[in-house]
Design a protein around this ligand. Structure first.
Ligand SMILES: [Zn+2]
Length: 446
């Protein structure tokens, strides 16, 4: 086992399945992340790396020499590095391809069957590949979250029937423990997401994993501490916290930016928990809700959250902080007139470096989209209601034209201009997936 210092670590997780910058721009981001104060970066390369284990399954943007260069940069700036792969669920990008479809749990594309005869060997091979790609790593994150279809195929059901006391978690633990042991044998401490234990109300069963295993308790809504963390600690394993610097829920299909206060609250609470409990945390940055779901916006919008996650004090004293409190309130209420005012005010904010300038540039574009989407929603629902009201009271034609007809006429031009400016932002910042991002946002207006 490589030496693993016991100091509290403050990790940033980057998910590559969403919008990501070019290698050239990523190297700049790494400088920024180091400056934020993170101790290391966990890279979830997902389908963006040409994994030899999963030949032809990925849509790679990064290759071996790129990763080596990225890791060199991290080393230069004092950032630790570690890989995150998935040993069980969230493997749609692999299992949707014919050569690997045989590994699916029943007919579910999101997760593999731990009892398929090829599963263990292939995942071990992937752990080996990830370990050699990240030679400085002391930990390896093995994912293992959200295995929604656990124990549904005939082979797994048969196994469950032999040990009904553990139920389907018996299947989960047997596989996770074997993969954790493989990582330990390679000198790496395995980390797994802990949600399956609290979902299935069996946190004590985590004690069946190798003692070196770290449970990471992701809780992205609200403020730490969470009951689940205390429950997981009863397993005797190390438990880390996990916030989300970027994720979304109901709003993720139809918005281009998210409310910063919700992310800041979550991230800062986990940092407070970390200091109080002398435990490490991972601040996650998701690219999509899942492999086969829509793109989240680029990292630029999360600049305040990255700063806060890296160092609470830095955000507390940041020259944007008060404005972002106001902005979050406006986004939460989502009143068009208030959003219009905030969008105008963004342009007056001071930018102290290029990263801040691009962050505000994106924030303005993101909010303009949210405003357009809100106005469209109000117009369409309002028009339907006005048609009913007219039957009872008649209609003020001038007002009707202003709120429904003229507003509808303005929309295509506003959307067209937005797309032009977003395309320019993407080009300047060398970002991936422009077509998909634009099409997904435009689909709401079709
Ligand atoms: Zn199975």
């Amino acid at each position: 086992m490589k030496s693993c210092d016991r100091a509290i670590e403050n990790w940033l997780h980057l998910d590559f399945k969403g919008v990501i910058p070019s290698k050239r721009k990523l190297l700049k981001w790494i400088e920024f992340f180091a400056d934020c104060g993170f101790s290391g970066i966990i890279f979830e390369l997902d389908c963006r790396y040409a994994w030899k284990t999963w030949e032809k399954a990925a849509t790679p943007l990064f290759f071996e020499k790129d990763i080596a260069e990225i890791l060199d940069k991290c080393r230069e700036f004092g950032l630790k590095t570690a890989p995150l792969i998935q040993i069980h669920g969230h493997l749609e990008w692999i299992l949707k391809n014919e050569p690997y479809a045989r590994l699916k749990e029943a007919d579910h594309v999101n997760e593999l069957c731990p009892n398929h005869p090829d599963t263990g060997a292939l995942i071990k091979l992937w752990i080996d590949e990830a370990a050699s790609l990240f030679p400085d790593a002391e930990i390896i994150h093995l994912g293992a979250d959200e295995t929604w279809n656990l124990g549904t195929c005939p082979k797994c059901l048969m196994e469950i029937s032999k040990d009904p006391a553990k139920g389907k978690m018996g299947v989960y633990i047997k596989h996770a423990a074997a993969m954790c042991r493989h990582a330990v044998a390679k000198g790496l401490r395995p980390v797994i997401w802990a949600d399956m234990f609290w979902r299935e109300k069996c946190c004590e069963l985590a004690s069946l994993l190798p003692k070196e295993t770290i449970l990471s308790d992701w809780q992205y809504t609200g403020k730490a501490p969470f009951k689940s963390t205390a429950e997981l600690k009863k397993s005797g394993l190390d438990v880390w916290g996990a916030s989300s610097a970027r994720c979304a829920w109901y709003e993720h299909f139809h918005q281009a930016e998210q409310i910063p206060a919700q992310r800041l609250e979550n991230v800062l609470s986990w940092n407070r928990w970390s200091a109080k409990n002398q435990s490490s945390v991972i601040h996650t940055t998701w690219g999509r809700p899942g492999n086969m779901w829509n793109l989240y916006p680029p990292w630029h919008g999360q600049l305040p959250v990255f700063i806060a996650a890296g160092n609470d004090e830095k955000w507390k004293n940041h020259h944007w902080r008060k404005f972002f409190d106001k902005l979050s309130g406006a986004m939460l209420r989502c009143w068009p007139h208030e959003l219009e005012k905030i969008i105008a005010d963004i342009k007056k904010l001071e930018c102290r470096n290029e990263m801040e300038r691009e962050s505000l540039r994106w924030r303005e574009l993101g909010l303009r989209y949210n405003l357009m989407e809100k106005e469209r929603h109000l117009r369409i629902t309002g028009d339907k209601c006005a048609a009913v009201t007219m039957k009872y009271t008649g209609r003020d034609e001038a007002m009707y034209n202003r709120y429904f007809v003229a507003a509808a006429e303005k929309e295509p031009d506003a959307l067209k201009q937005w797309k032009i400016e977003v395309s320019k932002f993407w080009a300047d910042n060398e970002l991936s997936d422009l077509s998909e991002f634009l099409e997904e946002r435009e689909s709401v207006f079709n």
